[in-house]
Design a protein around this ligand. Structure first.
Ligand SMILES: O=C([C@H](O)CO)[C@H](O)[C@H](O)COP(=O)(O)O
Length: 216
């Protein structure tokens, strides 16, 4: 299982600092939605320039104007862009087309998606990377579990699966059972007193896990 560090609610300098501290343990770097809004898409470019060997995810959470927003992220050096699973299928198609033309990838964020038929249509449109996501605001209610969302991606045999939202050592065992390929971890690392140690511990635990890891 791979580890994606999510950079949310941080200053520009903190983002750079967290990457420097955790670089040996993380596989993918996510520039969070709010981070892009606050610091601009230029931060994606700066991070990709500094870490060309890392996969950089621009968490654009696109829900309209698909091609325009995807190209903005790809031009800035993003390897992966996120689109919302609840967006119109035309928007999602535009993002997928842009990714294909630019030889990049799309992560479909399933935040607040409940209809597996919709997910299947997105899969049939060409998406091959989906993210089960318990949003920040939902996390505070503590009522949602990744297991409850798993039916959304059942039968999407060629797709890779990521999970995001409240991930740390406590729910790692459940991820193993889900066949997750990539664990997206933000707060557990960025709120830690020792981010390097937190990332090292997560990376070690993820790699030791016997989840049905797929090539990403
Ligand atoms: O995508 C995210 C969320 O919607 C805020 O923009 C987070 O990056 C992701 O859920 C990681 O969350 P935590 O690990 O719970 O910080």
């Amino acid at each position: 299982m791979k580890l994606q560090l999510a950079l949310d609610r941080l200053s520009r300098e903190e983002c750079i600092d967290f990457i420097a501290k955790t670089r040996d343990f993380i596989d993918w770097i996510e520039v969070g939605t709010g981070t892009i809004k606050e610091h601009g898409i230029r931060l994606v470019r700066d991070i990709k320039d500094a870490y060309p060997d890392k996969t950089v995810v621009a968490d654009m959470k696109i829900c309209d104007s698909g091609r325009h927003e995807a190209e903005m992220a790809f031009r800035a050096g993003a390897d992966v862009v996120t689109v919302m699973g609840f967006a119109g299928i035309e928007t999602i198609r535009q993002v997928l087309e842009s990714a294909k033309e630019n030889r990049k990838r799309v992560m479909v964020d399933l935040l607040e998606v409940t209809d597996s038929g919709r997910v299947r249509n997105i899969y049939l449109a060409g998406a091959d990377l989906f993210c089960l996501h318990i949003g920040k605001d939902r996390q505070s209610s503590g009522k949602q579990h990744f297991e409850d969302q798993l039916h959304l991606v059942g039968g999407l045999d060629q797709a890779d699966l990521a999970v995001a939202g409240g991930i740390g050592p406590d729910n790692l065992p459940s991820l193993r059972k889900l066949g997750v390929g990539i664990a997206i971890v933000g707060s557990y690392i960025t709120n830690s007193q020792d981010p390097e140690q937190a990332a090292a511990g997560m990376a070690d635990a993820l790699r030791r896990s016997d989840g049905q890891q797929k090539h990403l």
